[in-house]
Design a protein around this ligand. Structure first.
Ligand code: HXC
Length: 290
């Protein structure tokens, strides 16, 4: 029977084949990866770390790399020991964009018929809290991947940009939409229409980034943030994330209604009872994610 028919995606199949052939460089519990490294970090090993590892090309996001991010995220999603996920790159580059060599000869028909870039959506759809830890260049698709995460931490030398216009094209993985929502129309237009980069400090001031750290402390700080989030009820964290993300999709009255429904739903959880009981008993809550 075709492996596709038993539910394996194209990306999963390529990893599966690499495992069977004994190829690949970096291993998680079940899968070997060529373009990323995966690990579990934090005192309780409850923070998943995905490190882009295509250093020669400044982590340019070739198809294989994005597929592997998707596979690692799927694995971390189902791993109940993981509460939050950090995505990072190298000190020189988070990711310098989609792979220009791979795109150069692609036609409209290739893009349209094969739904080019559709598999990138898995990053924004991850139900667990995601943190982008950005050192170096986050350009084009790299900036877009960072913006698909819930929180962006930056190293003090990070550079953000949407330089697609310099290549005769436009952002295609959310840049025109997410950047505009994050920093407002005028700044987003200026970046997108000139291709100029924004420093970490400017990005923090503009609201694209929540905190800036010394380069060598960045990933550790992102892991600590994941650990802090992991102390709470993971059902509540997932509901918070879902409600905040809905603010991009819905008008205010519908967004408020959506929030209220989730708020009411949280009263069905043991964790809500535990959190409120612990407060009144003046003790630390013991959340069971239930
Ligand atoms: C393929 C890339 C790449 C990319 C860098 N490289 N960016 N390869 N795709 N996006 C490769 C270079 O070709 C080079 O390979 C090596 O990485 C090092 O890059 P240099 O240019 O030599 O480094 P440097 O002079 O330090 O300049 C760094 C840089 C520059 C400013 C980041 O590389 C750059 O401008 N890159 C392209 C940025 C960009 O336009 N991104 C948007 C892509 S379009 P060799 O083999 O020569 O050593 C995009 C579309 C998004 O993202 C749409 C939806 C996803």
């Amino acid at each position: 029977m075709s492996l596709y028919r038993v539910g394996l995606s194209r990306g999963m199949l390529s990893s599966f084949q690499r495992v069977m052939r004994g190829e690949g460089l970096h291993t998680s519990s079940a899968v070997q990866y060529e373009y990323i490294k995966v690990d579990k970090r934090g005192e309780k090993k409850n923070v998943g770390l995905i490190q882009l590892n295509r250093l020669k090309a400044l982590n340019a996001l070739c198809d294989g790399l994005v597929s592997e991010i998707g596979e690692a995220l799927q694995e971390m999603e189902t791993d109940t020991s993981i509460d939050a996920i950090v995505i990072t790159g190298s000190e020189r580059a988070f990711a310098a964009g989609a792979d220009i060599a791979e795109m150069k000869d692609k036609s409209f028909q290739d893009c349209y018929a094969r739904k080019f870039l559709s598999h990138w959506d898995i990053i924004s759809k991850c139900p667990k809290p995601t943190i982008a830890a950005v050192n170096g260049f986050a350009l084009g698709g790299g900036c877009e991947v960072a913006m698909m995460c819930d929180i962006i931490y930056a190293g003090e030398k990070a550079k953000f940009g949407q330089p697609e216009i310099t290549l005769g094209t436009i952002p295609g993985a959310g840049g025109t939409q997410r950047l505009t929502r994050a920093i407002g129309k005028s700044k987003a237009m200026e970046m997108i229409l000139t291709g100029e980069f924004m420093s970490a400090q400017e990005a923090e001031k503009a609201g694209l980034v929540s905190k800036v750290f010394p380069v060598e402390e960045l990933v550790g700080e992102a892991i600590k943030l994941g650990e802090r989030i992991g102390e709470f009820s993971q059902i509540a964290a997932a509901m918070c994330k879902e409600a905040v993300n809905m603010s991009d999709e819905l008008p205010l009255s519908n967004g408020l209604l959506y929030e209220k429904k989730l708020f009411h739903s949280s009263f069905a959880t043991d964790d809500k009872r535990e959190g409120m009981t612990a407060f009144l008993e003046k003790r630390k809550p013991d959340f069971k994610d239930n």
